[in-house]
Design a protein around this ligand. Structure first.
Ligand code: ADP
Length: 198
């Protein structure tokens, strides 16, 4: 089966593709990972991840969208955090966002897989440490920071898979929030490769 064949819409009009639809997926991961195309600031879940810059004071792209929707109190809290290094992750409230928390992480500029892996690992660890069960990631570093989309997707998917296998009872669902059709196509193909029978 291809991911596209199982593209469905739930009652909140959120299109999701879940691993439970892929044959012979590892039981432990069934239903825990999905992809969704749209604006991350609309997701009413425990935590959304922000692809921030090291100042944590806002920027363009997904960072700008998150700060615009959350309102000025997000920037106020971010200003107390002392910035964020590449690969590190810090948590704040969600303010006017439907998500309860924002996890800010700073991706590498250009193709640096170790740094990008740290972003995903540290974001998931913070999620676990704070007892949060649902998290959505944007495609960190693949916009303004120029990390090529496909190699970035490989790092994202392999890191999430490894974390979920090693931390079975921590997180219920990881959403890869894909803003661009090109990312949706890449993730559909790679998720089938990483989790399906092909
Ligand atoms: P970076 O500086 O880490 O590259 P960008 O925000 O420039 O961050 O881009 C990261 C990804 O976020 C890109 O795939 C971009 O298309 C996507 N993006 C932009 N706006 C949104 C949004 N509102 N929701 C989800 N993803 C978004």
């Amino acid at each position: 089966p291809t991911w596209l064949e199982y593209w469905t819409k739930n009652k909140d009009n959120i299109a999701i593709t879940t691993l439970e639809k892929v044959e012979k997926v590892d039981d432990k991961l069934a239903n825990k990972i999905c992809i969704w195309q749209g604006d991350i600031t609309t997701l009413a879940i425990d935590a959304i991840v922000n692809a921030a810059n090291s100042s944590l004071l806002g920027g363009g792209g997904v960072d700008g969208a998150i700060h615009r929707t959350a309102g000025p109190n997000l920037k106020r809290e971010c200003a107390t955090l002392g910035g964020c290094r590449v690969g590190e992750a810090k948590i704040t409230g969600g303010y006017k966002l439907p998500a309860k928390y924002v996890i800010h992480t700073v991706g590498p500029q250009g193709e640096k897989p170790d740094n990008l892996r740290e972003c995903y690992e540290n974001s998931l660890t913070l999620t676990k440490e704070n007892g949060l069960r649902t998290i959505a990631f944007p495609c960190i570093s693949t916009g303004i920071y120029g990390y090529p989309q496909r190699p970035a997707a490989k790092v994202a998917i392999s890191t999430v898979k490894k974390f979920l296998l090693q931390n079975e009872d921590s997180i219920d669902r990881v959403i890869f929030c894909l803003f661009l059709k090109t990312d949706k196509d890449i993730y559909e193909e790679l998720l089938q490769k990483y989790f399906g029978i092909d």
